[in-house]
Design a protein around this ligand. Structure first.
Ligand code: ATP
Ligand code: MN
Length: 479
């Protein structure tokens, strides 16, 4: 058996009693032909391997370069160096893979995040991305644990969809028709009957509509999968391919929905605080160092860990859209005309600068905004009695802006159809969706949490491209 290895993370907590172990990993540094700092991705902390002088031939020593891969057997002994408990005294070293130091793009020095994006296939081997992706994993695990423990059913909704009714964003067409010579109808339009599915299809922008179908049978479900938006927004918060978590619950109203969302966000943050403190500490320090380069007023007022603790220990602020407009209108920021998009009044869509003002300057904590004007929200949101607003809720987070978008859904068939007509949603095509309202309709609600925005919030990474392995953005689908 080849792979009988000890993970470095586990090894570093063992009592050093001379026990024999085998480790495998990649060299971070090799000093004085004697000290190998070995990393295997289980932690940012390297294992110090001590190679006795004269133990290896010169030829072999030369091959121990940064990022060469090694299999090392040795004895665990108390460390002579500072900052670690154990060393490994090597008894045998196999070089599994060489790494040409001249050509290897990741030198043991600080690289910019922009540069690392160009070598995204190698950036996992840095401390920053080691921490980010271990935390991303932990968050994903916590998502499943949270819902599973609550009795929610994990539903896989389709990636390819024939409905474009959600209207959440522009969609990517899925087709097998030849793009240079597509079959045409008599009137010159493309004949999609000849396409693979016999109709136009796209990559999904959301699993919500299908989620509602399952929630009206299982009670509580959630989805966790990739979604796609062909929106040309080159921002630090938008990807063309991102992962979304969408719980959908029968017998929930808007308040139940907000309560669940807040509990959920706190739960997954707590999970990471309890299980990934080492990585969080590393990223917190990284952020502090990075912010030292910035002018004082651009720096965070509190560190990453304090921010997360603060979120855990405080209720999210809950206010209506109407109140938010008032706060923004009355703000000095507005009076001094500092918003790029002025506050024109009730009915306007909030821009991210407005959302960020509310969370970062005014409340200084996450905010749940509810009851938006129906004109700026989707057709399926439940209409409030005032005739003007819908039972929508968005959660805004400091540094990120919108992290959750959700609503109580319109369960009354007549109201729903009337709204669909007004918004030119094809009612006949949506027969399957409307069936849930025909056959035993129930009050229900749900929300969507952008997973990468959550990872951004927890890791403090300012660009969404740095929290997904291989980002898809306008003009970029490398790797
Ligand atoms: P935004 O206004 O920020 O573009 P949205 O209103 O389009 O967001 P929703 O359609 O409500 O967002 O999607 C639900 C959640 O998915 C959002 O709250 C956000 O966390 C996330 N999200 C939306 N678009 C993207 C994107 N392009 N990249 C990454 N996450 C996204
Ligand atoms: Mn959007």
């Amino acid at each position: 058996m080849f792979n009988k290895r000890t993970r470095i993370k586990d090894l570093l907590t063992q009592e050093p009693k001379g026990q024999e172990v085998t480790v495998m990993g990649w060299v971070r540094t090799f000093r004085n032909n004697q000290f190998i700092a070995l990393n295997d991705g289980s932690t940012n902390n390297n294992l110090q391997v001590v190679v006795a002088l004269g133990k290896l031939e010169d030829d072999s020593l030369k091959r121990i370069t940064t990022s060469s891969s090694l299999k090392i057997t040795g004895n665990v002994v108390p460390s002579l160096g500072k900052g670690q408990k154990v060393d490994l005294n090597a008894t045998s070293i196999d070089i599994l893979g060489d790494c040409d130091a001249e050509k290897y793009p990741l030198q043991p020095k600080k690289h910019s995040l922009e540069f690392l994006r160009e070598i995204a296939h190698l950036r996992f081997r840095t401390n920053t991305f080691g921490s980010v992706f271990r935390i991303r994993h932990a968050l994903a695990f916590a998502v499943h644990k949270f819902f599973n423990d609550k009795g929610f059913l994990y539903l896989h909704t389709p990636i390819i969809t024939g409905s474009d009714a959600e209207g959440a964003g522009e969609m990517f067409r899925v087709t097998t028709l030849p793009i240079d010579k597509p079959p045409k109808n008599d009137d010159g339009t493309i004949n999609f009957q000849k396409d693979f599915f016999g109709k136009p299809t796209n990559l999904t922008v959301s699993g919500q509509l299908e989620g509602e179908l399952a929630a009206t049978a299982f009670g509580e479900i959630y989805t966790f999968g990739p979604t796609f938006r062909a929106e040309n927004s080159n921002t630090p918060r938008h990807l063309a391919e991102f992962w979304m978590i969408e719980p959908e619950m029968a017998f929930y109203d808007l308040e139940d929905n907000m309560n669940l969302a807040e509990e959920f966000i706190k739960y997954i943050i707590r999970h990471v605080m309890e299980n990934n403190l080492e990585d969080l500490d590393f990223l917190a320090q990284r952020l502090t160092d990075e912010e030292k380069q910035m002018p004082q007023d651009k720096r965070s007022e509190i560190g990453l860990i304090e921010k997360l603790e603060f979120v855990l220990n405080n209720n999210f602020e809950r206010i209506t859209y109407t109140d938010a407009i008032e706060i923004l209108r009355e703000s000095n920021h507005n009076k001094k005309k500092k918003f790029q998009f002025p506050i024109t009044g009730w009915g306007m869509d909030l821009q991210s600068e407005h959302e960020r003002y509310l969370v970062e300057k005014h409340f200084k904590k996450p905010v749940i905004l509810s009851n938006y004007p129906k004109e700026i929200k989707a057709f399926y949101m439940r209409q409030n009695d005032d005739g003007k607003t819908v039972a929508a809720m968005d959660i805004l987070a400091p540094g990120i802006g919108e992290i959750v978008g959700g609503s109580q859904r319109e369960e009354r068939q007549a109201k729903l159809e009337q709204r669909m007509k007004e918004m030119h949603i094809p009612i006949e095509e949506m027969w399957w969706y409307l069936d849930t309202r025909r056959y035993g309709t129930v009050p229900h609600a749900g929300f969507g949490l952008g997973f990468e925005r959550m990872v951004q919030f927890v890791t403090g990474m300012s660009n969404i491209r740095d929290v997904i392995a291989f980002p898809r953005t306008p003009g970029n689908a490398e790797f």
